[in-house]
Design a protein around this ligand. Structure first.
Ligand SMILES: Nc1ncnc2c1ncn2[C@@H]1O[C@H](COP(=O)(O)OP(=O)(O)OP(=O)(O)O)[C@@H](O)[C@H]1O
Length: 347
């Protein structure tokens, strides 16, 4: 539904030229939730602001469906922009207007009767669970409630796509979860496409179908969330994966020689990780039984993305050299990645 063709955006600032995004090609499919993840300055906001042309690309074309947005007059663009809603970290509400008036604002001067506007606002407030707050002012609301008002306002024109620029970054973890849940619900009930910018891996894991990883103005990895995170290729993606997992702690423990990492002869530390979807077999007990191994799990970090487990286990494994090798081959045949982290097996 959104297509970027060779999009670049350059800023001139203080005599310097900054290439915020460089020759980006991207397709955003209808009905999905996309996460754009990257560290500060990676170009995430610029990329997303090029979707509704809040930033005009220096080069390239942006399409919404078959319409080339970059080729429209300002007047035509204003009409097309109604198909694109946006929410921000700072909510951007009018503090002197009530919740009702904030949500009604985009519906002004659209030729709608007051009754119709009131009905639509009521419907929108119901959608975000704020029916009882219509007469309140933003200062009387919590951060999460303010973001709900902003979401209701962004949905006023029944957009096809909703852009979220770090919309949960100013919220506590519990409120973040409730806003993410709301976005997911809106995606499911309205079929709206959502693009969320975030620097938090958890946000992507919780609601996104697809992920785009950015670094230095470029897309370095993209695809289905499970595919990208189960088998990250770039260091930056590995960093994001590790940021929500405790599996990399094993390296710190080995450095500080904690007793659990001191191996006896015949033992080794293995890291298993899921590489494919639909891994639902009891693999640990299987290798233990089939290959006569003792498996002592020292770290585990497995969560579900959709219905698929992602993550892995770090375990001390004891057995004969041949049996351990055979177990590793068996796991690989089941699409489980196996990495030897520390080895005290007899050679
Ligand atoms: N209006 C501007 N003028 C000059 N430089 C800009 C402007 N907007 C962005 N940049 C620069 O472009 C690069 C990308 O910025 P952008 O805000 O898109 O990154 P980001 O990944 O969204 O970062 P953050 O997570 O900190 O918001 C940065 O180097 C930034 O300083």
């Amino acid at each position: 539904m959104i297509k970027f063709e060779n999009i670049s955006k350059t800023f001139e600032s203080g005599g310097k030229t900054v290439e915020a995004i460089k020759r980006i090609n991207l397709n955003i499919d209808a009905g999905k939730i996309y996460g754009i993840i990257g560290f500060s300055g990676a170009g995430k906001s610029t990329l997303v602001r090029c979707i509704n042309l809040l930033e005009r690309p220096t080069e390239g074309k942006v399409f919404l469906g078959s319409t080339e947005l970059t080729g429209l007059s300002e007047r035509q663009l204003r009409r097309e922009r109604k198909k694109i809603g946006m929410i921000f970290q700072q909510f951007n509400l009018f503090s002197s207007r009530t919740v009702q008036q904030n949500v009604a604002y985009p519906l002004k001067h659209q030729g709608m009767t007051k009754k119709k506007v009131d009905e639509r606002v009521e419907e929108l407030l119901h959608l975000v669970g704020l029916e009882d707050k219509a007469k309140m002012y933003p200062s009387q609301l919590s951060g999460g409630q303010k973001q709900r008002v902003a979401i209701a306002r962004a949905l006023a024109h029944q957009p096809e796509i909703l852009l979220s620029d770090e919309a949960t970054s100013a919220l506590d973890p519990q409120t973040t979860r409730s806003i993410l849940k709301l976005l997911k619900q809106l995606n499911e009930t309205l079929g709206i496409t959502i693009v969320v910018i975030t620097h938090e891996m958890q946000v992507v894991k919780e609601i996104c179908d697809k992920v785009v990883v950015m670094e230095n103005g470029e897309i370095v990895e993209e695809g289905e969330v499970f595919q990208v995170f189960s088998n990250p290729k770039k260091d930056i993606t590995k960093n994001f994966v590790d940021s929500t997992s405790n599996l990399s702690k094993i390296y710190e423990l080995m450095e500080s020689s904690v007793s659990v990492t001191k191996l006896n002869k015949g033992e080794c530390i293995l890291r298993f990780k899921y590489l494919e979807k639909n891994t639902s077999e009891a693999l640990v007990s299987q290798i233990s039984r089939r290959f006569n191994l003792d498996v002592n799990i020292i770290f585990g970090n497995i969560e579900l993305i959709g219905e698929n487990p992602i993550g892995g286990l770090v375990s001390v494994v004891k057995g004969s050299k041949e049996d351990i090798e055979a177990a590793m081959d068996y796991l690989k045949s089941k699409n489980v990645g196996v990495e030897v982290i520390l080895d005290a097996r007899a050679s």
